[in-house]
Design a protein around this ligand. Structure first.
Ligand code: BGC
Length: 805
């Protein structure tokens, strides 16, 4: 019986830059095949399958290349040796429209004569669990594989109905639930390799999606790899038979275990971020719940291994990843020494570009924690957290993309995700909350998910992220590729603003004022989300107009700027006018003549100033009121997801650098250093993620780490123009404007920019401020010293000294 899959036609048109004709030729003779799996097990309990075939090659055939991809996750082996070091291939994309393929030269793996090709295929993101509700089968109900081996002379072998499959030693594999391995079933014996026993014919996959080869794309981003290994920092035995290993760092990845015991011995590994009061791993904080029934869901992240009793076997579960710092080993085969177990850090192999160090070790630790949070959430897609939903939440990347671009080269990583965003955008321009989205470019049928699609601040990733990429990397083609998606989002938001009025507004003001058509006060919005002491309130009836209209203005403005860069001047003028109308509507509705807002929160004030809603003459008063709110709050920040990254720059730019430093260096809850004091090694989702009564929410969410950019832009002073023209993007024009404070006596930061290495280092001691900068060729830099003086800095190194600050 052939597996069938429905076709799934598009919404917003996709640029086809990564569509690759060569792959179509290489895979022309290949057909999709599924393992023989008449009765698939339930989600989380499905094995990985071997798929195999053989082919003849002789040196006369020349160089051999394999092209492969899958619905699921696959590893490829030639004659039993693993090909490549990429993990979780083919990666996570909006599979219905974009499916990455891998390409490896395999000549070195071949022997003259008969060669065996095998693939190990598991559920992955395609069929495995994913998202808050841990739903499986998001993209389809069967896994499948497509590959060919070609030489310059033609195809040596391609997937077809002659291939065979069998269950592998991976008896269950799921990205969320974990992986189980039975080493007694591995490796296959010579007999198992050479006889058909135990092998069953694969199922050819026909129709619909399987016929769509246009979705095969060459990866834009670096692959996921094993990046680093961490030894345990402690190994304890809190109760008999239970060993707890602390790796000292919250990571995304897995553990490698080399002590597996005698044949048949079972070891269980439970991964989590915290310990309970008895020293056992607790996963209570990362348990989600079913939206409809509110039933708590299991946290997953449990691996098991059954030993074959062979020395040399190594357990390393490559068909899952976990977010964890601790592993609880149940039934360890004897006492574990630190060399028996190692944490393997797994994420996209991004190039590190930014470094930061200063005289205050607490800020260095904060910077490290932010870097680790990003590393923990850069597993092929930018995720919210590596343990609970593991989804590409648009709002989270919207707020963090600028910070990430200072620390790593995220050009391909972000561009890839933006292609998926465009692929998943609904036909009306709405952006799903998570990208890639299992439901694709249309409603999923899940009431909350569908309702939440199109939230301000989340959907605005469609505009903010391409603009962030443009500023950092200056890739005009990437900007133009994103442009239709940017415009579709802004059109959606503008349409939603003009089409509806919030019932509360309609009742106190029955006749709408003209500006209201630009007021986006209806529809579901997450709002500022997770401010301190504010539980999540996803109430669709809430009026979030003050947030949503702010984003409508901002995205329209950025879209206009993007249009200007792309030479579309009429379009630029149109969206500039829209931005102006939305700004005026926001002012009319929320700002009074004394610079005060009629809905007060730190987040609203931050946006008012950062997005340019406050006329210059009122800005000092608005900024003073923001400071007043901070003081009234005990000099504590009060922002959530959206405004936290903007808070300190906004204070600094409106004459309150001292308050910015007070907040940056404050401790207790809520604060960044308070997280570190409570043992955080990554940023938390909630400001009070860990309290005396335990942990709540994810402890590895980078969104609040958006403060990281302040370390580069204000402490070190490395600043990109907010709205670069073509000649100014990609660091071609920069300002170096360090703003010392907070008792910090030295700062040193560097960024590998597209133009070369740019650095700024200063000391402020005994009344003397000394700045050293390094400006790469092709960069026009202006140095703004803390006394306000401006100095040009051409390419080269420069030193500036000023007296008492
Ligand atoms: C996720 C976030 C996300 C938020 C709002 C949470 O469950 O973890 O990071 O942005 O929901 O959608």
């Amino acid at each position: 019986m052939a597996a069938k899959m429905p076709a799934f036609p598009g919404g917003v048109p996709l640029a086809d830059l990564d569509f690759h004709p060569a792959i179509h030729e290489a895979l022309h003779d290949a057909s999709w095949i599924s393992p023989h799996e008449p009765h698939p097990a339930g989600p989380g309990n499905r094995p990985a399958y071997w798929l195999r075939s053989s082919f003849t090659w002789t040196p006369d055939n020349g160089k051999a290349t394999v092209h492969a991809t899958a619905h699921g996750i696959y590893e490829l082996f030639i004659n039993g040796s693993r090909v490549g070091d990429e993990e979780l291939t083919p990666g996570f994309t909006s599979y219905r429209k974009r499916l990455q393929f891998q390409e490896w030269e395999i000549t070195g793996f071949l022997v003259s004569g008969l060669n065996e090709v095998t693939a190990l295929l598991s559920d992955g993101w395609f069929r495995g669990r994913h998202g808050f509700e841990r739903r499986a089968d998001g993209f389809g109900t069967e896994t499948a594989f497509l590959a060919s081996v070609t030489t310059p002379a033609g195809v040596l072998i391609a997937t077809n109905g002659d291939w065979q499959s069998r269950e592998s030693h991976i008896t269950r594999a799921d990205l969320m639930d974990g992986q189980a391995v039975d080493f007694r079933r591995w490796p296959l014996s010579l007999e198992e390799h050479t006889t058909p026993d135990g092998w069953l014919p694969v199922v050819p996959c026909l129709g619909g999606l399987y016929e769509n080869r246009d979705r095969l794309v060459r990866p834009l981003a670096p692959p996921v790899r094993r990046i680093e290994e961490l030894p345990p920092v402690s190994v304890t035995v809190p109760s008999p038979g239970v060993t707890v290993v602390d790796f000292g760092q919250n990571i995304n990845g897995w553990v490698r275990l080399v002590k597996l015991g005698p044949e048949g011995h079972l070891t269980t590994l439970r991964h989590g971020e915290v310990l309970d009061s008895s020293g056992l791993v607790s996963t209570e904080n990362i348990r989600a719940f079913d939206f409809a029934t509110k039933t708590p869901l299991a946290a997953g992240q449990i691996d098991t291994v059954i030993s074959a009793g062979r020395p040399g076997d190594v357990f390393e579960p490559r068909h899952t990843t976990h977010g964890f710092r601790y592993v609880q080993v149940e039934g360890a085969a004897g006492p574990l020494s630190p060399t028996d177990i190692t944490a393997v850090v797994v994420h996209t192999a991004l190039r590190r570009t930014g470094t930061f160090e200063c005289s205050d070790p607490r800020l260095n630790a904060l910077h490290d924690a932010i870097v680790w949070s990003f590393r923990g959430n850069a597993c092929d897609v930018p995720t919210d957290c590596p343990q609970r939903e593991r989804s590409g939440f648009a709002g989270d990347w919207q707020v963090f993309a600028d910070t990430a671009a200072l620390m790593y080269d995220v050009s391909g990583f972000s561009a890839k995700w933006l292609q998926d965003l465009a692929a998943d955008q609904w036909a009306d321009g709405r952006v799903p909350t998570v990208v890639p989205n299992p439901a694709g470019d249309r409603p999923s049928g899940n009431v909350f998910e569908d309702l939440a699609t199109g939230s301000a601040g989340w959907g605005d990733a469609a505009v903010f992220v391409p603009w962030s990429l443009w500023r950092a990397y200056g890739d005009k083609e990437a900007l133009s590729r994103s442009f239709p998606s940017m415009r579709a989002w802004v059109d959606y938001a503008a349409g939603a603003a003009s089409a509806n009025r919030h019932p509360d507004r309609a009742s106190f003001r029955p006749d709408p004022l003209p500006h209201e058509q630009y007021l986006w006060d209806t529809g579901f919005h997450f709002g500022e989300w997770l401010e301190p002491d504010t539980p999540p309130n996803p109430d669709p009836a809430r009026d979030h107009g003050i947030v949503a209209t702010a984003y409508l203005h901002r995205s329209a403005r950025l879209l206009a700027q993007a249009a200007a860069v792309l030479g579309e001047h009429d379009t630029a003028a149109r969206y500039d006018a829209l931005a102006g109308k939305a700004r005026d509507a926001w002012r009319a509705e929320y700002l009074d003549g004394a610079g005060r807002l009629n809905e007060e929160s730190q987040g609203h004030y931050v946006r008012a100033l950062a997005f340019g809603f406050v006329p210059d003459e009122l800005a000092p008063r608005t900024a003073s009121r923001l400071v007043e709110l901070i003081r009234l709050n005990g000099t504590r920040l009060g922002t959530g997801f959206l405004a936290t990254g903007l808070l300190l720059p906004t204070l600094a730019e409106h004459g309150h650098l001292d308050v910015a430093y007070e907040l940056l260096l404050s401790t207790g809850t809520p604060s960044w250093l308070g997280m570190l004091d409570a043992g955080a090694t990554t940023m938390w989702e909630w400001w009070d993620g860990v309290t005396g009564s335990g942990a709540r929410g994810s402890l590895n969410h980078y969104s609040k780490g958006a403060v990281g950019s302040f370390l580069y832009t204000h402490l070190a002073g490395i600043r990109l123009p907010a709205n670069p023209r073509e000649s100014e993007s990609a660091y071609r024009t920069v300002t170096i404007a360090p703003q010392p404070g907070g008792g910090i006596t030295s700062v040193s930061a560097a960024v590998e920019t597209p133009q070369g290495r740019l650095s700024a280092a200063w000391t402020a001691e005994r009344g003397k401020f000394a700045l050293h900068v390094e400006i790469p060729l092709g960069v026009t830099a202006t140095v703004e010293l803390p006394d306000g003086s401006l100095r040009p800095a051409p390419a080269g190194t420069h030193d500036f000294v000023i007296g008492r600050l």
